[in-house]
Design a protein around this ligand. Structure first.
Ligand code: CA
Ligand code: CA
Length: 297
């Protein structure tokens, strides 16, 4: 298996980033990942602020160049395994999240991980390791790793876990995949601004799917597909995602648009992924009983 160590990080998804690993479709890679603060916060008395290098927030390991992968293809990334470190960090910071005006100064909480559980005071919470940032290089301007978009990026979607598979549109030759920002656990919305931010390692298997029209990331697990979209406001993200969901149901089943909208209303779940990044992200869960393939055509 190929391996990328966590020294190889980028802070923006950028077609001009130099490739650090070239692979073929079908290969496995183990990527070590840095936490979202580049491991600058490792005890409760260390906080965001003076002495903290803000330019090192949201690193992603990569980019990986995939041979014979071209714009117009889809990159299928199977998340096979996620391992996390023995401690993570939760951070509050003035302005973060819907209650950020009540946070007067930064505060850190180190969360030990023991026997698959996150220890937060008297609470022992089963972890659910997930990938916060996974994306490819966009065709135009670079996008900071802190932002989500059609290329993936900082989607902070709690279903991106081991055993899931994400499909990303390819915009540049080689796709230039990078990932990082693991959370030992994170709630939908990520309301305080962080999950349990943590170092770790992720094993992925990559396949190139040729000539498929895809405009946004799609996630798949055993029973469901998830359409994922991001926009400047939650309302816009919901609007865009719902339009895509109805179109998918319609094209997969040959139903009328009206009946597809009805089915979306009674049998799909709209969920908030995160509301704390530059664009807000929602996902809609669609059972495989309703659609049978993750794209319309
Ligand atoms: Ca994140
Ligand atoms: Ca994070």
């Amino acid at each position: 298996m190929r391996k990328l160590t966590r020294e190889h990080v980028i802070f923006a998804m950028d077609k001009n980033n130099p490739t650090v690993l070239t692979i073929d479709s079908g290969e496995r890679v183990l990527l070590e990942t840095e936490d979202c603060f580049s491991h600058q916060i490792v005890s409760d008395d260390m906080v965001l602020g003076v002495g903290f290098d803000h330019s090192r927030i949201n690193p992603a390991t990569g980019p990986i160049f995939v041979s014979n992968c071209l714009p117009g293809d889809v990159l299928e990334v199977n998340i096979e395994k996620i391992g996390v470190d023995s401690q993570g960090v939760v951070e509050l910071y003035p302005g973060w999240g819907p209650l950020g005006d009540k946070v007067k100064k930064a505060e850190t909480k180190i969360v030990p991980i023991q026997n698959g559980r996150a220890i937060f005071n008297q609470f022992s919470i089963p972890i659910n390791p997930m990938v916060g940032v996974i994306g490819v290089a966009p065709s135009g301007e670079a996008v900071p790793c802190g932002s989500p978009g059609p290329h993936g990026g900082n989607m902070d979607t709690a279903d991106i876990v081991a055993g899931s598979r994400i499909y990303l549109p390819v915009f540049v030759p080689g796709a230039k995949l990078a990932l990082g920002d693991l959370h030992a656990i994170m709630g939908d919305g990520e309301v305080c601004g962080t999950g349990v931010e943590i170092r770790g390692e992720v094993t992925i298997k990559i396949n190139v799917l040729k000539d498929i029209l895809l405009t946004h990331p799609i996630l798949e697990n055993e029973e469901n597909y998830f359409l994922i979209n991001s926009a400047p406001t939650l309302e816009e993200a919901i609007q865009i995602n719902t339009e895509k969901v109805v179109e998918f149901i319609k094209e997969n089943n040959g139903l009328s648009w009206n009946q597809s909208y009805m089915l979306a209303g009674i049998a799909t779940d709209l969920k908030i992924s995160q509301i704390v990044n530059p664009l807000k992200t929602v996902r809609t869960r669609i059972s495989k009983r309703i659609i049978t393939r993750p794209w319309p055509i």
